[in-house]
Design a protein around this ligand. Structure first.
Ligand SMILES: Nc1ncnc2c1ncn2[C@@H]1O[C@H](COP(=O)(O)OP(=O)(O)OP(=O)(O)O)[C@@H](O)[C@H]1O
Length: 262
């Protein structure tokens, strides 16, 4: 199958904070209908990379291109408006909020005009239920049901599906499966495949090589802020991927040892 042109490209991105180089010369691209897995251990720079891609941080050096055009996001809001959505591990959903209201948080459909606009609860519930059923969650049949009654996997699916409904072209998923059990993680992984089939470009941040290899098309391993390896589906075994990731750990241990010597 022919690959689509990248929708989001990072070219030679570096990001430094006072005294710390969090990212160094990172080049990556994300394509519609593909899942790019970003693997790395704690402190490898994954969060910083997400923040650069989603408009929270301005890179110290390098270029970001969206649909071929060089861009500099002024804010996360601007990145969102341009179709880049980030779903965090805790999905930010409020347990005591209804499913319908959660779906439309900040973007509720309204009836009436001007100062008389109000939240159309029935409509919101109807759309939310319709959408989550489309995402494969059929267990929820009442939009007034509280988000807190959904499982971790269902909440992730709700958050991802919501971003898609509101027009996300690039989905940045920050550790969406790491707090979940095997069954729940598979619900989310299956939904990621569905999103990919609908043409969304996905950046899947994880430290779980198994989850990454279950769905990934392209892979990048981040070690100490640098891309240590890039490869495509089928090019490496899970063992090789684990070794690559572990290479980072061993390297940092070695560095600590060396620091302690003098
Ligand atoms: N705002 C900041 N100010 C200073 N240093 C920072 C800042 N954000 C990140 N760093 C540093 O940049 C490096 C990379 O951090 P980052 O949080 O991106 O890694 P990570 O791979 O996301 O790790 P984790 O999974 O633990 O969040 C770390 O050394 C961190 O201390």
């Amino acid at each position: 199958m022919e690959r689509k042109q990248p929708i989001l490209e990072l070219q030679h991105i570096s990001k430094s904070f006072a005294g710390t180089r969090a990212l160094e010369d990172v080049s990556l691209e994300v394509r519609p209908g593909e899942i790019l897995c970003l693997l790395g251990d704690n402190g490898a720079g994954k969060s910083t990379l997400i923040k650069v891609m989603s408009g929270y941080h301005e890179p110290t050096a390098g270029t970001i291109r969206l649909e071929g055009d060089e861009i500099a996001f002024a804010s996360p809001r601007e990145a969102r408006q341009r179709g880049i959505a980030t779903v965090h591990q805790d999905v930010g959903s409020i347990p005591l909020m209804s499913v319908g209201r959660n779906f439309f948080l900040g973007a509720e459909p309204t009836k009436g005009v001007g100062p008389f606009r109000w939240f159309d609860e029935a409509k919101a519930n109807e759309i939310a239920l319709e959408q989550i059923a489309r995402f494969g969650i059929t267990r929820i049949s009442d939009g007034n049901q509280l988000v807190g009654t959904m499982s971790g996997g269902e909440r992730q699916v709700l958050a991802i599906g919501r971003a898609m409904y509101f027009g996300a072209k690039v989905l940045i998923l920050d550790e969406p499966t790491s707090a979940l059990g095997v069954k729940e993680a598979s619900v989310v992984l299956r939904f990621m495949r569905q999103a990919r089939a609908e043409g969304v470009a996905i950046v899947f941040i994880t430290h779980n090589a198994r989850h990454a290899m279950a769905v990934g098309d392209a892979f990048a391993v981040l070690i100490h802020g640098k891309v240590a390896a890039r490869f495509s589906r089928g090019e490496k075994t899970r063992e090789e991927v684990l070794n690559l990731m572990a290479g980072g750990e061993q390297m940092s241990e070695l560095e600590e040892d060396l620091e302690n010597i003098h």
